[in-house]
Design a protein around this ligand. Structure first.
Ligand code: BES
Ligand code: ZN
Length: 619
């Protein structure tokens, strides 16, 4: 009897202790959001959980207007703060009744805090608003700026902190929401979002969307144009304008295989559908990993699948970035470094080690270039950044990508691939639909990979110190060594055996061109151009690096100057554009650059225009 009594006491004690733990956990949870310098939101007080967006897209006035209705969780606060930039806020309600709101001081990169008065029992707020001409997320294109040249086009770009310029929202990567949307567009156009998509045009121009998995605000995306869908497999397919659709479909026909390879590596694809929309050429990025619907530049449609690592990259973000999201923009390398690693593993699975190592080596050279460019600001070459008081865009260079990649590749070589893969798979599973920061990652790495296998590794040096540590993996490619040999021979003899280059992939050409010495002569460039038609290459990556060399070395043959101007007037992909403008600056040909920019700027999305403005010293 006594024994039972004691047991009972013990179990009551453990029960209440357990309960205590639970309430402690709850308390911790309500305080789980980290300090964040790029959002005004105070999610520990009141946080949005679901968005119901009801908007009209007006192509005449270039305005999006409507109502954003949020479900919220309130921890006893009498206000909720959202981010807003360049928006007209018309009216706000809470639980269906008019309420007070205030737009605070304007900050150049963050915009304004939108503070809304709520009550303890407020479950919902609704904001009626419209965008303005200053909106940074949206690019409205004329028919002339599209592939078909028959209809206008609109797309959004949210990352890093631009979603607040088209929807008032808590714009922090730590805050995840589900969303529904009703979007009204002109009848002859079709709307698609980073959500479950209709796939077909309808007659009334009203489209319904649903995103059932919680995502951060920067992944909400919309595109509107005269586009069509073509499936590749049951769960993959492409959207493009009619004149591009078949080409795009061909180019990306390995998409289903990529998803399978990715799943084999790091676990199930959690977003049901994986589609890609190819946008007009002003799209400022190679790709953007909007969930279920990657946005992509047409410059990767080369006709030979040679630039499709971009699709592997954006697909990889379905795990690193979209499933497990960087908690703050200081942890951006967790998104991009992991994604480059994953991208190259997908490419290896589909096309073999040679192709993977070429990609890795191109990234290695990008990293060296970036280290050189940042030699006056070594702090920006750390993986973990401190971007407080700066625009997060400042941290978005190849350090996060290529140093991040090199860190993981070095770790892989030290640990062995099997251990690495098991570790990454468990990391994605543990943090699914959540965020993580650098410090949590290090703890997880120590516990689940390093300590477990009794391995010491200079993780802290890789993450918190500038530059590249000495133990970095050495990446080798026979193909690239041969390219280098061929280049050296040519420079010495002014002769090049065409048979040696016959089977070169675009990556080998890029490597060849990028490695011209600074004293290559104009005559040598002319000879190469006449032999290999580089100025007129149909591969945008090859032309980009060739144009760069032409600018740097004062080569003017085969009408290359006109081609460069044309390229800069149509392509708005920031990486390409800034490479060329910076070549003009290096070559002290800034006046020519400014002349081109006069007409080109109007074709660029704000993220590209802002970067070039800064480069060329334009207000
Ligand atoms: N998420 C990025 C694009 C991005 C980065 C947008 C920072 C806004 C701020 C995307 O996944 C990306 O990395 N794109 C690259 C693709 C490349 C590495 C294959 C690009 O645009 O060049
Ligand atoms: Zn990326």
């Amino acid at each position: 009897m006594k024994k039972y009594f004691i047991l009972l006491v013990i179990s009551i004690l453990t029960l209440s202790c357990h309960e205590n733990k639970q309430s402690q956990q709850l308390e911790e949870n309500s305080n789980t959001y980290l300090e964040e310098s790029h959002s005004y939101a105070q999610p520990n007080n009141a946080v949005i959980t679901h968005l119901d967006l009801d908007i009209n897209v007006n192509f005449e006035t270039h305005v999006i207007s409507g109502t954003a209705t949020y479900d919220i969780e309130n921890s006893d606060s009498n206000q909720i703060i959202l981010d807003s930039k360049y928006l007209e806020i018309e009216n706000v309600t809470q639980n269906g009744e008019q309420t007070e709101f205030d737009l605070g001081d304007f900050d150049e990169s963050l915009g304004q805090p939108l503070t809304v008065a709520i009550q303890e029992d407020t479950k919902q707020i609704a904001i009626t608003y419209s965008t303005t001409a200053q909106t940074e997320a949206l690019q409205w294109l004329t028919a002339q700026q599209t592939a078909d040249k028959t209809h206008p086009f609109l797309f959004t770009q949210g990352q890093a902190i631009l979603t607040r310029t088209w929807i008032p929202i808590q714009d922090s990567p730590q805050i995840r929401i589900t969303y529904d949307a009703t979007v009204k567009v002109p009848q002859e156009l079709m709307a698609v979002m980073s959500a479950e998509n209709p796939k077909e045009k309808n007659e009334n121009g009203v489209y319904q969307f649903k995103m059932e998995q919680p995502i951060p605000a920067y992944l909400i995306a919309l595109a509107v144009g005269n586009i069509e869908y073509k499936a590749i497999s049951e769960r993959t397919g492409v959207y493009a304008e009619k004149s591009m659709l078949n080409k795009v479909h061909e180019e990306f026909s390995d998409m289903e295989k990529m998803v399978v390879a990715a799943e084999n590596l790091y676990g199930d694809y959690d977003w049901d559908q994986f589609d890609v929309i190819v946008l007009p050429p002003s799209f400022p990025f190679g790709g953007m990993e909007n969930p279920r619907l990657t946005f992509a530049t047409p410059t990767v449609i080369a006709g030979d699948k040679s630039l499709t690592s971009l699709v592997a990259h954006e697909l990889a973000h379905s795990w690193s970035g979209n499933l497990v999201t960087n908690a703050t923009w200081n942890d951006f390398w967790l998104n991009e470094g992991f994604t480059v690693y994953f991208e190259i593993r997908i490419m290896e699975a589909l096309y073999g080690k040679d192709r993977a190592n070429m990609l890795a080596l191109i990234g290695r050279q990008d990293l060296e270039d970036e280290l050189e460019a940042l030699k006056e600001s070594p702090n920006d070459t750390k993986l973990k950044l401190d971007l407080k008081g700066r625009n997060p865009d400042d941290g978005m260079n190849s350090i996060a990508y290529d140093k991040g990649y090199l860190f993981l590749r070095t770790l892989e070589e030290k640990e062995g691939r099997d251990n690495m893969d098991a570790f990454l798979k468990s990391y994605f599973k543990k943090n699914a639909f959540s965020t993580t920061n650098t410090e949590d990652f290090i703890t997880y790495l120590n516990e689940n990979l390093l300590d477990k296998n009794n391995i010491t590794f200079n993780t802290e040096e890789w993450i918190y110190q500038p530059g590249v540590p000495e133990n970095a993996a050495i990446i080798e490619s026979d193909a690239f060594s041969n390219v280098e040999k061929t280049l050296q021979e040519f420079l010495k003899t002014n002769e090049i055996e065409v048979t040696k280059t016959e089977n070169w992939t675009p990556q080998e050409w890029v490597h060849f061109v990028r490695n011209f010495p600074t004293d290559i002569s104009v005559a040598q460039m002319q000879q190469l151009d006449d032999t290999f038609n580089l100025t007129d290459s149909t591969n945008s990556y090859i032309t980009m690096v060739w144009y760069e060399q032409s600018i740097l070395n004062g080569y003017h043959g085969n009408n290359v100057d006109t081609k460069i101007a044309e390229f800069l007037n149509t392509v708005g992909r920031r990486w390409y554009v800034t490479t060329l403008f910076s070549a003009f600056a290096k070559a002290e040909r800034i006046e020519e650059a400014k002349e081109i920019y006069k007409t080109a700027r109007g074709n660029y999305h704000s993220v590209t225009a802002n970067t070039v403005d800064e480069m060329l010293g334009i207000e």
